[in-house]
Design a protein around this ligand. Structure first.
Ligand code: ADP
Ligand code: MG
Length: 460
């Protein structure tokens, strides 16, 4: 069963991913719809679970229709040597490659490059990267470098906060460049892996091989370079590698979580060398970019699952409320998709709020119901007291419903709580108000614009 599935999986995920992640797995049992695997490390199982579980289930399911889920158990018998190597590695990223370089696994040694190179995520392509104001410069620079023409920037230094797309762009450069230059050697790894390889080479007296491998690539990409700040001998080696490559006109791409000048413990000569290329930053996301990303990921998902139903306003709600980083935003969306396909029901705003309560709480923008009532009353020129009062005339009731709707969308208050703040109204009245506005905003463009503007005002 597994051998057959593997042959297919190698095609779906590509040989690189297959060798790194899927090959080390052993199928131990299939029972009650669950296929259990033994995996050499926790890192491998987490990664496979996150990135390839769907593919694995799909393949197994094709051959053995009872399989619906997969489980991974860590540290099986028979690969102890590999596990030990992995455990010695100081950080998770290394463990990922632990098996690939372990002498205990000669069958996994492919080439020098495969040994060193961290696997590229097949989804991190330019096609899947949504461009907006905050990242357009970084994206344009990345495209230029991927083309590999004479008017590039060397080195290209990308920096920005967590989850803004640095790693995605680097992988995209690697994919694109490799496609244009199939014979070229592209080496992508994290600064952490660079250090680990370096230390390992020192320990095993293979430093000449190490140097040779790095000096022979056409493009070197080092992710999260802030990691080597303060690590003197690693910096020293990095600096030499870097100079050797730049002098030969080889492309270097580096990322960090902040600008070179702000990385403490990074040598001045490295900073100044970095300054010779192009330094671009990824800005924090805007509402428009977040919405664009959500829409594109939803479309991609819908291609595979045409029956996915996402209610009106759900994506907008997420883009408003989850503002810190794209990874969290994606995580939220994944959870909604899982929810939708398991329960086979439409994801309405209420379902989304309930299902994502924990994420939403930590992202609370702290907009209060008071603020909302005040802004809406001001906008429609009614008295603040009318928000709580009993008047039912349309010119008062409608703005009140808009305020209810915004309270539901922009705060994490429950319907009964919102009811209390609107003069002790019942939660069903609030729900009715929210629905009414959703419905009207769907038909009345002017109202939808009004609401969008109020949201912007409140979030400013
Ligand atoms: P960083 O390396 O800056 O911490 P990543 O590149 O790992 O961030 O991005 C985190 C997640 O967000 C990834 O899954 C990535 O695909 C996604 N992501 C970030 N920016 C975008 C974007 N502009 N378009 C599509 N996906 C994005
Ligand atoms: Mg990253």
């Amino acid at each position: 069963l597994w051998g057959q599935a593997c042959a297919e999986l190698e095609k779906t995920v590509g040989p690189n991913n297959f060798n790194h992640w899927i090959k080390p797995l052993r199928l131990t049992s299939v029972d009650e719809g669950v296929a259990r695997f033994a995996s050499p490390t926790r890192f491998v199982s987490d990664w496979v679970n996150r990135h390839f579980a769907k593919d694995i289930i799909g393949e197994l399911n094709r051959i053995e229709p009872s399989v619906e889920r997969v489980r991974f158990d860590v540290a099986p018998q028979g690969v102890t040597a590999r596990v030990r190597t992995a455990a010695q590695a100081p950080a998770t990223q290394f463990r990922a490659n632990g098996p690939a370089v372990s002498p205990a696994a000669p069958e996994m040694r492919q080439s020098a490059k495969a040994d060193l190179c961290a696997p590229l995520d097949p989804r991190f392509t330019f096609e899947n990267f949504v461009v907006g104001k905050p990242n357009e410069l970084a994206h344009a620079a990345a495209r230029r470098v991927a083309e590999g023409g004479p008017v590039g920037f060397n080195p290209l230094f990308l920096y920005g906060g967590v989850g803004l797309g640095k790693t995605h762009l680097m992988h995209a450069i690697a994919h694109d460049y490799q496609q244009r230059h199939p014979a070229a050697q592209v080496l992508y790894l994290s600064a952490e892996q660079f250090m680990y390889r370096f230390v390992q080479a020192l320990r095993e007296s293979t430093i000449m091989d190490f140097k040779g491998m790095f000096r022979n690539v056409n493009m070197l990409m080092v992710d999260d370079v802030q990691f080597i700040a303060g690590k003197d001998s690693t910096q020293e080696e990095f600096f030499h590698t870097f100079n050797a490559l730049v002098d030969q006109g080889k492309q270097i791409v580096i990322s960090a979580d902040r600008a070179p000048a702000e990385i403490k413990g990074l040598e001045e000569r490295i900073k100044s060398r970095l300054g010779c290329g192009l330094i671009v930053d990824l800005h924090p996301t805007t509402y428009e970019l977040r919405l664009g990303i959500l829409q594109s990921k939803t479309e991609a998902f819908r291609d595979q699952h045409p029956d996915l139903e996402i209610g009106a306003g759900v994506l907008e709600f997420l883009a408003h409320r989850i503002t810190n980083n794209v990874r969290v935003l994606e995580g939220a969306l994944q959870r909604l998709f899982a929810h939708a396909s398991l329960l086979r029901r439409e994801i309405t705003l209420e379902v989304a709020q309930e299902c994502l309560a924990d994420i939403l709480r930590t992202n609370d923008r702290k907009i209060s119901i008071d603020d909302i009532q005040r802004k809406v009353a001001e906008h429609y020129n009614i008295k603040l007291a009318d928000m709580m009062g009993p008047k039912r005339a349309r010119n008062v009731a409608r703005p009140r419903q808009i305020a209810m709707y915004l309270s539901k969308q922009l705060t994490s208050r429950s319907l009964p709580e919102i009811g209390r703040r609107f003069g002790g109204r019942d939660h069903t009245t609030i729900m009715h108000g929210v629905r009414k506005i959703e419905e009207l905003a769907g038909e009345d463009h002017g109202l939808a614009e009004d609401i969008a503007m109020l949201k912007r005002l409140l979030e400013a």
